[in-house]
Write a protein that binds this ligand. Structure first.
Ligand code: PLP
Length: 393
C-alpha cells in the first residue's frame, strides 16, 4: 500500500466510526492539526468552557464564600463520578492534588501497613515520579528498594516486600500489566500494590473490584481531558480505608473540619486523604472531562482505542517502521511507540513541517497517542506516513 492508499483507508474508517461525532464536543482550534498527544494532555471539552464560566459567575462571583457549602465535598463528588470508570464504588475514590503527591501519600500509608517487611519494589523503567517516590519512602523507612531492570515484576519474590508500585500501562510501550494476576499474587505473598492508572483511566475498561485492587492513583489530564494540571485521583478499597493512616494531614481530611481546636481525627472514609483547600475551578474542569468519557462509555472508548492503535500498526507495517508496542490489542493501551534513533528530531519535524503533534520519549521513541474521542484514523495515517517519508527519504 502506498501512503495515499493508507489515507483513503483512514477516510473509510473515519466515515464508519460510530464515535466520530464526539470530536465535535471538543474545542478544535485547527482542524488540519493532527493531535496525537492526548496521552499527555487531552483536548479541551466544550462543556468545560461553559461550566467554568458558570462557576466563576454564579458560584464564585455571586455566591462568594457561601459556595463553599457545596464546594467542600466536591473532591468526593467528582470521585464518585469517576468511580464507575474505574470499576469502583461510591466512597472509594477522591479527586485531589497531583498524582505525585497522591502516590507519596498512599506509599507512606501502605508501608505503615506492612511494618515488618524490609523491601519495597518498583520497576527500574517505571515513570520517574514513581521511582523517586519509592526511593524517598525507602530512605525514610529504612527499606531496600528492589528495582528489577531485566526481569519482570511478575517474576519477583514478594514475600519480604511491603509495597509494589506499578503502572498498569507502560508509559513508553503501552504494554498492559496483569492487573488481576499480579494483585492476586501480591495479596497471597502479603504485599500491597499501588497501581498507577495514569495511562489506563479513560483509555481501557477497568474493574478494580473484580481484580481486588487495594490502592491506586492516576491522572485526569490525559485520556480524561480534565485540563492542564487537573487534579489526580486516589482509590482505596472500602474495607481498607479505615486502616489508612495518611501522613499529609490537613483540615480537609479532618472529620469535623470546623472544630478548630480538635485533635486530628480523620474522616471515616476516603475523604481522609484530602489535604487542604482544593482548586474548585480545576476540579470542575476535571469533572467535565470525566463526564464526556462517562457519557460516551468506556466499552466504546476502549474499542476505538484498540482500533486506532491496530490501524497505527497496520500503517507501520506498510511503511516499514518499527513499533515496540504489543501486537496483541488486548495487551496494549491507547498509544503506540515507534522506535528510531532520531526519534527526537523526527518528532520535532512532524510538528514543524507536517502539523502533526506526537511526543518523544527518551532515548528513541516517538509516541502516537490515540484518544478515542478526538483522534481520527486520518490523524494516525498522516502521522505514520509523514514519519516514514522522513525516515526513508
Ligand atoms: C505514569 C505516570 N505517573 C505519574 C505521573 C505524574 O503525574 P503528575 O505530574 O500529575 O504528578 C505521570 C505524568 O505524566 C505519569 O505518566
Amino acid at each position: 500500500m502506498n501512503p495515499d492508499d493508507l489515507l483513503n483507508r483512514a477516510f473509510e474508517l473515519d466515515s464508519a466510526d460510530p464515535l466520530a461525532h464526539w470530536r465535535d464536543r471538543f474545542v478544535i482550534d485547527d482542524p488540519d492539526l493532527s493531535y496525537l498527544d492526548g496521552n499527555s494532555l487531552g483536548m479541551f471539552p466544550r462543556t468545560t468552557v461553559h461550566r467554568i464560566h458558570e462557576v466563576m459567575n454564579e458560584e464564585w462571583g455571586s455566591g462568594l464564600i457561601r459556595s463553599w457549602r457545596k464546594w467542600l465535598e466536591l473532591p468526593l463528588i467528582v470521585g464518585n463520578e469517576l468511580a464507575p470508570l474505574l470499576g469502583a464504588d461510591d466512597g472509594e475514590v477522591v479527586v485531589h492534588d497531583s498524582t505525585s503527591v497522591n502516590l507519596h501519600q498512599l506509599l507512606h500509608a501502605a508501608v505503615r501497613l506492612r511494618p515488618e517487611r524490609a523491601h519495597i519494589a518498583v520497576d527500574a523503567h517505571e515513570f520517574p515520579t514513581d521511582r523517586y517516590a519509592v526511593e524517598a519512602i525507602a530512605a525514610e523507612y529504612g527499606l531496600t528498594v528492589i528495582s528489577p531492570k531485566d526481569e519482570s515484576l511478575d517474576e519477583l519474590d514478594l514475600s519480604n516486600c511491603s509495597v509494589v508500585v506499578r503502572s498498569l500501562i507502560d508509559y513508553r510501550t503501552a504494554a498492559i500489566a496483569d492487573l488481576d494476576g499480579f494483585t492476586h499474587r501480591a495479596r497471597q505473598e502479603g504485599a500491597l500494590v499501588i497501581w498507577d492508572l495514569s495511562h489506563a483511566v479513560g483509555a481501557i475498561e477497568l474493574d478494580l473490584h473484580a481484580a481486588d485492587v487495594d490502592m491506586a492513583i492516576g491522572c485526569t489530564y490525559k485520556y480524561l481531558n480534565g485540563g492542564p494540571g487537573a487534579p489526580a485521583f486516589s482509590y482505596v478499597r472500602s474495607s481498607l480505608i479505615s486502616d489508612v493512616d495518611q501522613p499529609i494531614r490537613g483540615w480537609f481530611g479532618q472529620d469535623n473540619q470546623f472544630a478548630m481546636d480538635g485533635a486530628w481525627s480523620p474522616k471515616p472514609g476516603i475523604g481522609r486523604l484530602m489535604i487542604g483547600t482544593p482548586s474548585i475551578l480545576a476540579l470542575e474542569a476535571a469533572r467535565c472531562g470525566i463526564e464526556v468519557s462517562s457519557e460516551a462509555g468506556m466499552p466504546a472508548i476502549a474499542a476505538k482505542g484498540r482500533a486506532l492503535t491496530e490501524f497505527a500498526h497496520e500503517c507501520c507495517d506498510e511503511m516499514d517502521l518499527e513499533s515496540v508496542s504489543p501486537r496483541d490489542a488486548s495487551m496494549r493501551g491507547s498509544h503506540i511507540a515507534i522506535r528510531h534513533p532520531n526519534a527526537k528530531e523526527l518528532t520535532e519535524r512532524l510538528e514543524r513541517e507536517h502539523l502533526v503533534i506526537a511526543d518523544y520519549r527518551d532515548p528513541d521513541l516517538v509516541r502516537l497517542g490515540c484518544s478515542a474521542l478526538t483522534t481520527r484514523f486520518g490523524d494516525v495515517a498522516r502521522a505514520v506516513t509523514r514519519l516514514a517519508e522522513m525516515v526513508h527519504q
